[in-house]
Design a protein around this ligand. Structure first.
Ligand code: PGA
Length: 248
């Protein structure tokens, strides 16, 4: 596991964006797994900057999002579909037919999970999964539980996740209770994982995920088993690590 610690989030975002740019240069039709949430916003801004500067084209790249709330229309401000449009898609040259985001507003969510799973199977293997972590250890919306599900599935969000995400909604009770998420199998099958965490509220879970026991009660701890993961942390998120400490 390659852990890099940065003084500031801006340095981390530049490093991550440069890494992604290199991957797209090596393989212009890179298949990327995409994350949403507050963590990747700065990275996406950096990718947009590099695209506008002419250093980066997404014209052959395909993107597969990790998850989506259930019950929000796609046009809702807080849907992950709107998030992707706002922070990335509207500003780059990715082709619409290469964008894949689970749809959380269809009548039959189990059918939608099957459809998304088939899509991921057709893609065979993502090349690069961008990934964050929740304060409760979830990755995607795979919440801590006695067992974890391999494929795309519907999940009931924990109170901790709903509370954490309520900052993005007008009222806490507006946060959807259910979501659809890629499962652990597809996350772990990605050739490379680019993992990012920022801020002191992530320090405890980072220590638990990367230095604690591997447990389904901390889904992020399964990442210890991935053969090619790069972990990028700012110094607050890394502050409780005891042995994985190699500042950039
Ligand atoms: P955040 O969410 O980036 O908003 O902290 C991370 C996650 O829930 O995976």
């Amino acid at each position: 596991m390659n852990v890099k610690i940065f003084e500031k989030a801006e340095q981390l975002n530049q490093y991550a964006a440069t890494f992604i740019t290199q991957q797209i240069k090596i393989k212009p039709n890179l298949k990327m797994g995409m994350a949403t949430g507050r963590t990747p916003i700065g990275l996406y801004e950096e990718l947009v900057r590099q695209h506008i500067a002419g250093a980066l084209s997404f014209s052959q790249v395909s993107m597969y999002n990790l998850d989506e709330y259930i019950g929000l229309p796609r046009q809702h401000d807080q849907s992950f579909y709107s998030f992707m449009k706002r922070h990335l898609i509207n500003h780059i040259d990715v082709k619409r037919h290469n964008l894949h985001i689970p749809n959380g507003s269809v009548a039959n969510m189990n059918e939608e999970a099957d459809r998304y799973d088939k899509l991921l199977l057709q893609a065979e293997q993502l090349d690069l999964q961008i990934l964050g972590i929740g304060t409760n250890g979830h990755i995607g919306f795979n919440e801590p539980d006695q067992k974890l599900i391999g494929g795309t599935h519907v999940v009931e969000l924990t109170n901790e996740t709903k509370w954490a995400n309520s900052k993005d909604f007008e009222k806490a009770e507006d946060v959807p209770s259910y979501a659809i998420t890629m499962g652990l199998r597809d996350i772990m099958r990605s050739k490379k994982i680019l993992f990012i965490a920022l801020g002191k509220e992530k320090a405890e879970i980072i220590q638990e995920a990367f230095e604690g026991n591997i447990s389904t009660w901390c889904p992020g701890s399964l990442l210890q088993l991935h053969p090619d993961i790069m972990v990028l942390l700012d110094k607050e998120a890394a502050s409780l690590l005891t042995y994985n400490k190699s500042p950039c």
